[in-house]
Design a protein around this ligand. Sequence first.
Ligand code: ZN
Length: 177
Amino acid sequence: MHTMASIDDPNCPFCNIAANYAPYAPASPPSSPLADDSPISPTKTAPETHIVLSTPTVMAFLDIMPLQPFHILLCPRSHRPRLTNVSRDEAAEMGQWLAVLSHAVVKVTGSPDWNVGQREELDDDEGRGMAELLREAVAELMREEEEVQENEGKGEDEDSHVEQALPKREANKDSKL
Ligand SMILES: [Zn+2]
């Protein structure tokens, strides 16, 4: 696993992103992301990284060469050059976040269709705006999920947003946190 101080592969751009962006609770993304000292400041890397999600296990960010405006890359924090290198636990968590991110894109675009068009490039200002919209959509979805769980009497642990935010299957795994 990456820690903030180590990079699995110094030549890997994804490892560089993992090393620069610490996990945060998806239900409450850092405010003021454009401040230079923000944990998700886009300028921590060059080219800029527009973080959409950063958990202890996975990260999602806007593709720097998007095929469409909301082209998101979702990957494990650890160096995984190929999909076959991804562990089953990582794949399970990626799958759960894939579902959340799908809903976030639909929420932000207002379109039920993912493939809404093609773009040649995304400039930094657009990337910043889109990433913020997506982080907020993820946060809203997480909060809605918490409310549903609380209404069903299942939300037990008030002081851990990350645990509550993670899909139920992950909530019992202390090792993830
Ligand atoms: Zn890597």
